[in-house]
Design a protein around this ligand. Structure first.
Ligand code: ZN
Length: 187
């Protein structure tokens, strides 16, 4: 099944990635790295290594364009996912029961993580247009006065909203990912 999956990993790290690679190498059959620094040791270990000092969302897009498989998985550096998650997600995608699957982390992000998500390649390439942005929102207080509230948006929430409003099938699963660093969600 893993031959149908390309794993995309943007990297900008200072800690050694080798212990993480050893834990996840079972998954990394088709592995595209977009390296803004720190991923040099992984070059001989991945399928496609792209050196590009670029924001995370641009790195993802560069990676997606290099996927030739039916399915894409976002796997951010230091994220560890259970094998059962990948197997179940690929089965759902293959059967047409999902367009995207994702799981939360332990400890919880409070939502499902984009950095764990597995997608139909065509759907992800069509929908992914995230850019970090501060949204200005208006709120009315109890005295009827209008205030501007600044809200930061996370990539995960943004993409789940995009997915659901475009009538695609999002199937979150109950497995948990771990991240020994700091799970990225849209900074
Ligand atoms: Zn998030």
């Amino acid at each position: 099944m893993l031959e149908n999956l390309t794993v995309i990993t943007p990297i900008k790290e200072t800690k050694s990635l080798m212990p993480w690679f050893e834990q996840m190498r079972w998954l990394l059959k088709n592995w595209v790295i977009i390296d803004s620094g720190g991923g040099e040791n992984l070059e001989p270990l991945c399928t496609r290594y792209i050196k590009a000092d670029t924001p995370f969302y641009e790195a993802r897009k560069i990676g997606y364009a290099h996927a030739t498989t039916h399915y894409i998985m976002n796997l951010d550096a230091f994220t560890i996912v259970p094998e059962e998650y990948v197997t179940q997600a690929l089965t759902l995608l293959n059967n047409g029961d999902a367009d995207c699957c994702a799981i939360d982390y332990l400890p919880s992000l409070g939502h499902y993580g984009f950095g764990t998500s597995i997608w139909r390649t065509d759907v992800l390439n069509k929908l992914y247009d995230y850019m970090p942005r501060l949204l200005q929102d208006k709120a009315v207080d109890s005295k009827g006065e209008i205030h501007t509230i600044k809200m930061s948006f996370c990539e995960c929430s943004y993409m789940w909203n995009t997915l659901v409003t475009s009538k695609h099938k999002f199937v979150p699963l109950f497995y948990k990912a771990k991240n020994n660093g700091d799970p990225r969600h849209g900074r």
